[in-house]
Design a protein around this ligand. Structure first.
Ligand code: ADP
Length: 359
């Protein structure tokens, strides 16, 4: 709708409201609607002034008979005499329109207040459900962790052959079971972290951290996986990198998660490179780039959402549960840092995160 037709619509609505007010009793009730009384008072000077001018120009005295004579000799004075009534009607109708509007606003306010109360109630309920869900998540994760630790312990023990010799096939099966148990353990850790984040119990312990050391350890921890996937890893961080103010364990978690993704969403012969640079203002920016499948532009903002995976189809071939980046974002956020992604489908992705330097 263009501006002029919108104006016309608003104007015709006002006219309609005014005309319908003319049929309301309230319009003419000077006790309920002081606009009407005001209109009458406003109109009274009109016949007084016009008849007064006429009397004066005819050099007549102000007497009742002269006034009647003037009115009879010039009938247009009847029109002026009716002015207090006209004004009373017009002002009265305006008063009714205003009254109707005020009533509408009052109704609207009442409905807003009750909607607000309803929303507040629903919000409380949602908060309660969220709290119950976080408690449930935390309880289930704890309950799963205990038997899993036992399973991992026995697998490691059997692999040491202290309980008896094992053959090649048995070793292979135990190693596969161990890998699966590790995977399950990581999933449980992620769920526990998520429940801590959601309940505000997720904390970082900031100290001065040598990132070169952490990056070496993270790369070492993912070396086997990278070899298995046929992906090479390269560490290109400069020697003069300043220490950062960080929680070493948590930042290790961020790097291993990004590294794991860069290897997982890569192809045989692909590459993962870590670089770092110092920004003016004392920030250190780390970049982990890969030559993998990339992320479509409209999905980049979503990969930090909990449980979000670009490939959420039933035939997902990469595994994972979509929590790594959610947790990484929270960790970097607790360091007053930023994390962001640049990516191109079929070319690769670059994950950046920024931390404050310790100096
Ligand atoms: P997960 O890896 O367990 O699915 P994340 O939170 O770590 O969960 O990642 C969320 C999603 O972001 C992944 O499922 C994947 O779709 C996408 N993603 C993350 N890293 C990369 C990457 N390096 N290349 C392509 N896609 C990625």
């Amino acid at each position: 709708m263009d501006r002029s037709s919108a104006n016309f619509k608003a104007f015709s609505q006002i006219v309609n409201e005014f005309v319908s007010a003319l049929w309301k009793r309230r319009t003419y009730n000077i006790f309920e609607n002081w606009y009407c009384l005001f209109g009458v008072l406003w109109g009274i000077p009109v016949p007084i002034v016009t008849i007064g001018i006429d009397l004066h120009s005819s050099a007549l005295q102000i007497t009742l008979s002269n006034i009647i004579q003037i009115i009879l000799s010039r009938p247009f004075h009847v029109f002026f005499l009716l002015h207090p009534i006209f004004f009373g009607i017009v002002f009265g109708a305006m008063g009714t329109v205003r009254y109707n509007k005020e009533q509408e606003i009052e109704e609207f306010e009442k409905s807003l207040i009750s909607k607000n109360a309803e929303l507040a109630q629903k919000n409380d309920r949602l908060r309660e459900l969220d709290r119950l869900k976080s408690n449930f998540l935390s309880m289930v994760s704890h309950e799963l962790r205990t038997p899993l630790t036992t399973i991992q312990g026995y697998i490691s023990f059997l692999l040491t052959e202290k309980a008896g010799a094992i053959n090649k096939a048995q070793r292979e099966f135990l190693e596969i079971s161990g890998d699966s148990a590790d995977l399950l353990n990581r999933l449980i850790e992620d769920l526990l972290d998520l429940s801590k984040i959601e309940s505000g119990r997720f904390k970082v312990n900031l100290t001065t951290v040598d990132m070169a050391n952490i990056i070496d350890k993270a790369m070492l921890s993912r070396r086997l996986f990278a070899d298995k996937q046929g992906v090479t890893m390269e560490n290109n961080i400069p020697d003069n990198l300043p220490s950062v103010q960080a929680d070493g364990e948590r930042i290790f978690q961020v790097i291993t998660n990004i590294l794991e993704n860069s290897i997982k969403f890569n192809q045989k012969g692909g590459k993962v490179v870590i670089t770092a640079s110092i920004r003016p203002g004392g920030k250190v920016v780390f970049c982990i780039s890969d030559t993998g499948i990339g992320i479509p532009g409209d999905k980049i903002g979503k990969v930090f959402d909990k449980f979000y995976q670009v490939d959420s189809s039933g035939k997902r071939k990469y595994g994972g549960c979509g929590l790594g980046l959610t947790i990484s974002k929270s960790i970097v956020g607790l360091h007053n840092g930023r994390i962001w992604i640049e990516s191109e489908v079929g070319v690769g992705s670059r994950f950046f995160f920024e931390l404050p330097s310790a100096s």
